[in-house]
Write a protein that binds this ligand. Structure first.
Ligand code: SF4
Length: 285
């Protein structure tokens, strides 16, 4: 049986950098707080927890004083930085540079065009989206699907941005629909702010999924890009399975397969895909 781990799957640069920052800091201190899960992968979170990384939420941050807190790649709204400053908390900022640029772009737009509606295509409540909405003092309109488009006033100027991990195709469709709905004389501008770390993996992933009898897609259940990339695999190969650990793989999934491809999300560590491969190799021996 052929078992192949996809070389192009695994952490994106934003996640690699955040984890590296945490590991460097943990070499000199026993505990480091991280605001939210450092990555949407519970096993990687657990691995770092064993080294001293402690996940906290915003309520817990408000109670902390005189310590260090790491901000993960998703970024945070300005209110988080203010709270840290008030509590004498030192921030280790691991916000991905791509997200940071997007935050700045939205802030500049919000300040320079007070009459425009800032619309963000993204997942309501997602940490990155909260950080983006925070740049507009909470006024941006979040659009997750076409059903949310009624929240927009099409007689006023609209500036559309996207969360970095959304689908490029859906974003384009949304632009078409919004363009049609705009009233005469109202200005609409869209900015494609989708990170190509996810989108650029799609053609390769389609090819990878097609060449194997079965695909095991390894990802944490909370990962947005994990869900999106798994759908890509499924569209190319109906025998694609979403697994989070070797224990999730059962005999029926791989029955009769002569070649199995193992791939994952931008939040999936390489070691986790290798673990699934090692388990399979053990089974076929
Ligand atoms: S997917 Fe892109 S924007 Fe998001 S953390 Fe990775 S590199 Fe940064």
């Amino acid at each position: 049986m052929i078992i192949e781990v996809d070389k192009e799957s695994g952490f994106c640069p934003g996640v690699v950098s955040a984890i590296r920052k945490a590991e460097v800091e943990l070499q000199t201190r026993q505990t480091l707080y991280c605001l939210g899960d450092i990555v949407h992968n519970s096993q990687e979170v657990q691995r770092l927890q064993e080294q001293g990384l402690t996940t906290i939420d915003h309520d817990q941050l408000s109670q902390l004083h005189d310590t260090k807190v790491l901000l993960r790649a998703h970024g945070e709204p300005p209110s988080t930085y203010r709270m840290a400053q008030q509590n004498n908390v030192t921030i280790i900022d691991a916000t991905c540079p791509v997200v940071l640029q997007l935050q700045k772009k939205i802030r500049r737009m919000y300040v320079s065009e007070p009459k425009s509606q800032i619309v963000i295509y993204g997942k309501q409540g997602h940490a990155e989206v909260n950080g983006l909405v925070g740049q507009t003092d909470g006024t941006a309109i979040v659009v997750e699907s076409e059903a949310d488009l009624d929240k927009i006033d099409y007689s006023c100027p609209v500036r559309l941005f996207s969360q970095t991990t959304m689908s490029v195709d859906h974003f384009r469709k949304l632009i078409e629909t919004m363009n049609r709905r705009m009233c005469d004389g109202a200005d609409f501008q869209s900015f494609d702010t989708i990170c190509r770390q996810v989108a650029n993996r799609i053609p390769h992933m389609l090819e990878f999924a097609r060449k194997h009898d079965v695909v095991l897609f390894v990802s944490g259940k909370k990962s947005s890009n994990g869900k999106a990339l798994f759908e890509v695999c499924q569209s190319a190969n109906p025998r694609s399975w979403f697994v989070s650990s070797p224990q999730d793989v059962d005999a029926a999934m791989i029955a009769g397969a002569e070649s199995i491809g193992i791939c994952g999300a931008t939040s999936t560590p390489k070691w986790q895909m290798e673990q699934v491969a090692t388990m399979l190799e053990g089974r076929v021996q």
